[in-house]
Write a protein that binds this ligand. Sequence first.
Ligand code: UDP
Ligand code: MG
Length: 323
Amino acid sequence: MKKKLTIVLPCYNEEETLPDTLPKLLDILANLKQENKIAQDSCLLCVDDGSSDNTWQIINEFNSKGLSVFGVKFSRNYGHQNALIAGLSVAVKTSDLMITIDADLQDDESTIPDMVNKAQSADIVYGVRDNRDTDSAFKKISADGFYWIMKHLGVDMIPNSADYRLMSKRAVNEFLKYDERNMFIRGVVPLVGFKSDEVFYARKERQAGETKYPLSKMIHFALDGITSFSIAPIRIIMNLGLTIALISVFLLIYSLVQHFAGNTTTGWSSLITSIWFLGGIQLIAISVIGEYIGKIFTEVKHRPRYTIEIDQANNIGKVDRAS
Ligand code: UDP
Ligand code: MG
């Protein structure tokens, strides 16, 4: 029996891209079906992450035309990562293979058939960018810096792979057992194990609309990635504290020597700089600890990661075509 493929698209205010994206992906699905590489009921699953524009209406239009497009609608905006988790949770009930791809198709959809081929011998196929020509210099440098830090913190990530990947049913089921609220998907997927493969592509420009990841969201995302995976920052702060304590012992000896040699100065500048310096270090240290306590805080509450208002794929909730 052929495997059922579901392509999961997180959509947040994507009214400008979806009318173009959905037919393109449907074409790819149709070709794969024709070549008998995937099951006939393979489909697209759009997760509307609480959009405030016409995203849901567009998904509904495609759905009502019977075009193998289904929608899941969040009750509000829960963020990209939660939209992906929800899409996978819904899709895994009926699908054998799942591909996640951004709704703006910046990740090259033409590699999907390649991914499907490679899925014959691998449970996870990562989409890996082999150049970043379309990115701004800032995004390039910050992304490189981020992957460098993650690597040196010991987090096993596939560099330059975003959330464009194929996963088999068992890989998704294992992935979904990671029940953390602060989910950083691209860090967790490699932890699942299984045999993996890669396809390479060049990332395109966003075809329409604006990025839904402004700088503030990007920084938050990177910090989440680091602090969800590593306690190295706490250790760095501890070592810094020890080093400073050691330096202050030498400074103490130095100042005693100066004192007894009769070289005492007014000392105001050294005093004021050390107050500022230590104050700064203490604030950094407290904020790092605070970051982890914040993580514990959100984890222990164990709140739901998202709420689905309508699920067309599994008929949970009422399908309100008019809205
Ligand atoms: N997205 C989402 N919820 C959000 C922000 C973004 O579901 O709160 C989706 C968005 O619709 C897109 C994907 O996540 O499909 C990636 O967002 P975007 O293309 O804006 O990010 P960029 O490519 O600029 O990093
Ligand atoms: Mg994008």
